[in-house]
Design a protein around this ligand. Structure first.
Ligand SMILES: [Fe+2]
Ligand SMILES: [Fe+2]
Length: 132
């Protein structure tokens, strides 16, 4: 079963950013799938950590682009990236250590995350990069 289906509607027209978002969708899918089998906690934690690692790489890439292009929203966007990463680490700790963890919390968070981050926060950024 697939949770995040990548379609052309998700593309913003920056090939590298689109490729990285597509990969985040795939890694997010693997996280959600692993959360349906929480008895294998180690697998879920590994999938979440893989998602976090690539999200970090992706954020560094975007921040580098914003810096070199002098993007005026750099600080705000970077803070947003930082808060996403710290939220994800909290969720990961809960999955690992909280015996009463509700996997739906992370599922919902990740669904919002991928939709909000990509649709709301990034269209402006890509439009700006293209015009500068
Ligand atoms: Fe971003
Ligand atoms: Fe992004």
């Amino acid at each position: 079963m697939s949770y995040f289906n990548w379609t052309s509607a998700n593309e913003m027209g920056h090939p590298e950013i689109d490729e990285q978002h597509k990969r985040l969708f795939m890694l997010g899918d693997a996280v959600l799938e692993s959360l349906t089998r929480l008895h294998e906690k180690r697998v879920a934690v590994a999938k979440i950590n893989a998602f976090i690692a690539f999200a970090q790489e992706h954020f560094r890439y975007e921040e580098g682009l914003m810096k070199s292009a002098g993007y005026p929203g750099l600080d705000q966007h970077s803070k947003f990236h930082d808060s996403l990463l710290s939220d994800l680490r909290v969720h990961c700790d809960k999955v690992e250590w909280d015996p009463n963890v509700n996997p739906a919390d992370l599922t919902n968070y990740l669904c919002d995350w991928l939709k909000l981050h990509i649709d709301l926060e990034e269209r402006d950024l890509v439009a700006w990069l293209k015009s500068h």
